[in-house]
Design a protein around this ligand. Structure first.
Ligand SMILES: [Zn+2]
Ligand SMILES: [Zn+2]
Length: 329
C-alpha cells in the first residue's frame, strides 16, 4: 500500500510499504481521509515518537476492510472513526481514570503506524461506527473534536459563562462551537491574524479582535482558553481571567515556552489554571456531537489533498495557511 512516512527528523516522504494485517481484536481500515495537526509537526521535529520511521496520522476515518479472528462487533463495510489512544490499562494513571496520562502512553499515528496511508490497523475497541448521514471523509474531524470535548470536561463550565478563546485555527474554532453549545453568555475570539478571524466571525462570535484590549472587558472572562500554544497569547490570556475564573491551556506549546504567573492574584481572586491533554473518554461523545451537527465540515476542513502530497500538506500546515488539512488516500 501507499503510505506517508516520516523517515527521519525533518524528512517526510510517500512510499510503498507492506499492507497491514489485523491482530485478533483489531480491524483494518481503508482510510477515507486523515487530518494533519501540530502533533505531526512535533513528530517531524523528532518529538513524541520514540522511533522513526513512522507512518503518521492520528485523525482518521474509513471503511473496515478486514477484521481479526476475535472481532464480532464490526464487519467488513462498516464505516468508522478511530480513537488513536492506546492505553496500558495497568499503570497508576490508567487505574485511577487518567488514561490520557498513562505511563506507557501510546497512540496510533504517534507511536505506531497511523492513518496517513491507504490502510491502517486499529483495535476494535477504538472504533466508533458512523451514522448513515455522516460522510466518512468528514469524520476525520471527530478526533480533534474529542480533544476539545476533553478540554470542556476539564473546565466544568457553568451556564452563562463569559468565554475568551485565543486562536481561530481548527482547535479554537472547535472550542468556539462547543462554548456556544454549553450555554456561554458570550464567546469572544482573539487572533493576531485578522484573516483567520473571519472564519470565527462566520461561525458566530459575540466579539472578535486582533488584540483583547479592543474587547473592553475590564472584569475579564470567566473562562479563558488558549488554543495557540503561543507564549504571548498565553501570557495575555492569564492576565484576563476574571475573579473565580479558569484558564485552560489547550494549545500545545513548545517544551521551552515559559510565562509568568501572579501568585497573589491566583490566591486572592481564586483563579484556576489548568490544562487538557488529548482524549479521555471523550471520543464516543465527540462522534455523537459530530453526528448531531456541532461542526460544519465544509467550514472546518479547508483543504483535501491527495496522500501523494503529504509532505506539501505538512509544509502548508506549518505555514499556517488554511484550517484543517486532510489527505485523501
Ligand atoms: Zn491531532
Ligand atoms: Zn497506563
Amino acid at each position: 500500500m501507499k503510505a506517508a512516512v516520516i523517515e527521519s527528523v525533518g524528512k517526510a516522504v510517500v512510499l510503498e510499504v507492506p499492507d497491514p494485517s489485523p491482530g485478533p481484536r483489531e480491524v483494518v481500515v481503508e482510510v477515507a481521509a486523515c487530518g494533519l495537526c501540530g502533533t505531526d509537526l512535533h513528530i517531524l521535529q523528532g518529538e513524541f515518537a520514540p522511533t522513526l520511521p513512522i507512518v503518521p496520522g492520528h485523525e482518521f476515518a474509513g471503511e473496515v476492510v478486514g477484521v481479526g479472528t476475535a472481532v464480532t462487533e464490526l464487519t467488513v463495510g462498516d464505516r468508522v472513526a478511530v480513537d488513536p489512544s492506546l492505553y496500558c490499562h495497568e499503570c497508576r494513571y490508567c487505574r485511577t481514570g487518567h488514561n490520557n496520562l498513562c505511563e506507557r502512553w501510546a497512540a496510533i499515528g504517534v507511536t505506531t503506524a497511523g492513518g496517513a496511508a491507504q490502510y491502517a490497523v486499529a483495535p476494535v475497541a477504538n472504533c466508533v461506527r458512523l451514522p448513515e448521514h455522516i460522510r466518512t471523509q468528514d469524520a476525520a474531524l471527530v478526533e480533534p473534536l474529542s480533544c476539545a470535548v476533553r478540554g470542556y470536561d476539564v473546565l466544568r463550565t457553568r451556564l452563562g459563562a463569559h468565554v475568551l478563546i485565543y486562536g481561530s485555527g481548527t482547535m479554537g474554532l472547535m472550542m468556539l462551537e462547543l462554548a456556544k453549545r454549553t450555554g456561554a453568555a458570550r464567546v469572544d475570539v482573539v487572533d493576531i491574524n485578522a484573516q483567520r478571524l473571519s472564519t470565527a466571525q462566520l461561525l458566530g462570535v459575540s466579539g472578535s479582535a486582533t488584540n483583547a484590549d479592543e474587547l473592553e472587558r475590564p472584569q475579564g472572562w470567566d473562562v479563558v482558553v488558549d488554543a495557540t500554544g503561543n507564549a504571548a497569547a498565553i501570557q495575555d490570556g492569564l492576565d484576563r481571567v476574571a475573579k473565580a475564573g479558569t484558564f485552560l491551556q489547550f494549545g500545545v506549546a513548545d517544551y521551552a515556552t515559559r510565562v509568568t504567573i501572579d501568585p497573589y492574584r491566583v490566591y486572592n481572586q481564586e483563579i484556576t489554571i489548568t490544562g487538557s491533554m488529548a482524549v479521555l473518554h471523550s471520543f464516543e461523545r465527540a462522534a455523537e456531537l459530530f453526528a448531531a451537527g456541532v461542526l460544519d465540515p465544509e467550514v472546518l476542513i479547508s483543504d483535501r489533498l491527495p496522500l501523494d502530497q503529504y509532505p506539501q500538506a505538512l509544509d502548508q500546515f506549518a505555514s499556517g495557511v488554511g484550517r484543517k488539512i486532510v489527505v485523501v488516500p
